[in-house]
Design a protein around this ligand. Structure first.
Ligand code: ZN
Length: 282
């Protein structure tokens, strides 16, 4: 006799928030209506879209305007795109933030660029981090291969007045309590679903209560999907694209790793997102 695998969790009555996505990405644009309907069907009630470069700020603003109550927005310069900035970028950013409810992001450091621009990248990051403190707005942070410098910067500043979200956190687990004291939140998504990513699971297990959220990083960092879940979209290279509808699956992994119920994880991560992103919600 064979034993049937357990059915997929019933997520119909649970509410979820996607703490970090790039819904403005051109890879999603032609199919965005489908992406959003699948997100709603999966129980997503809040989707945070983070801009990456000056050129996508109007698109992100238009998305939030088109989906009030569902899509919230942040504006900023991602460390990969600092060379595309205009001379007026910081003034434009200030004007945008004065004009509408929004956060700052995606900002950060990336030690893998090897383009000779690390000093400028850090200056652009710090200018935006300072602005987020001055305006008391939450900021969304990217960090890859620059953990020593990032922790040095964040842990020597006062606690952030509105909260920082380090998305797809891959830093050291033992830094989590000190980061929480600086009002830092972390989020998990696709990377947590990869069975070989022991670091992500350790961080998910050790994240302080109330300090962890779920993210899709759509269309990047897609999950490792189990057989019972349908892959929806693929990119030009044929690889799966991430989207918010996969959040409940990442939530299931998070629940398993922490030994908590799926409903408890949905409630905690959605409440943390609503609290952190309160200034973005009109
Ligand atoms: Zn991102």
């Amino acid at each position: 006799m064979t034993i049937a695998p357990p059915p997929p969790p019933d997520t119909q009555n649970l509410h979820w928030a996607d703490a970090h996505s790039h819904l403005q990405d051109p890879r999603l644009a032609p199919r965005l209506d489908d992406v959003l309907s699948r997100a709603r069907a999966a129980g997503l009630v809040l989707l945070h879209a983070a801009a990456t470069c000056e050129a996508d700020w109007p698109t992100v603003a238009a998305l939030a305007d088109a989906h009030p109550g569902l899509v919230i927005a942040s504006f900023g310069l991602h460390p990969w795109f600092i060379q595309e900035k205009s001379s007026a970028w910081l003034r434009t950013l200030r004007a945008l933030l004065a004009d509408r409810p929004a956060g700052i992001g995606e900002i950060g450091l990336d030690g893998r660029m090897n383009d000779g621009l690390d000093a400028e990248r850090e200056a652009v990051f710090l200018a935006q981090l300072d602005l987020s403190c001055e305006l008391a707005l939450p900021a969304s942070v990217h960090c890859r291969d620059a953990w020593g410098r990032m922790l040095d910067l964040l842990l020597h500043r006062p606690p952030h007045p509105a909260g920082l979200l380090i998305h797809a956190y891959s830093g050291p687990p033992d830094a989590l309590p000190a980061l929480a004291e600086k009002n830092v939140f972390i989020s998990f998504g696709g990377t947590l679903t990869r069975p070989k990513n022991a670091r992500a699971r350790q961080n998910a297990r050790q994240a302080p209560a109330g300090r962890f959220l779920l993210e899709s990083d759509a269309p990047d960092l897609p999950p490792d999907l189990p057989d019972h879940l349908e892959p929806f979209l693929s990119g030009p290279d044929g690889k799966l694209l991430s989207e918010p509808a996969y959040i409940p699956y990442a939530g299931q992994i998070l629940a398993d790793v922490r030994g908590e119920s799926l409903a408890g994880i949905a409630a905690q991560t959605t409440a943390a997102a609503r609290r952190l992103f309160a200034p973005l919600i009109a």
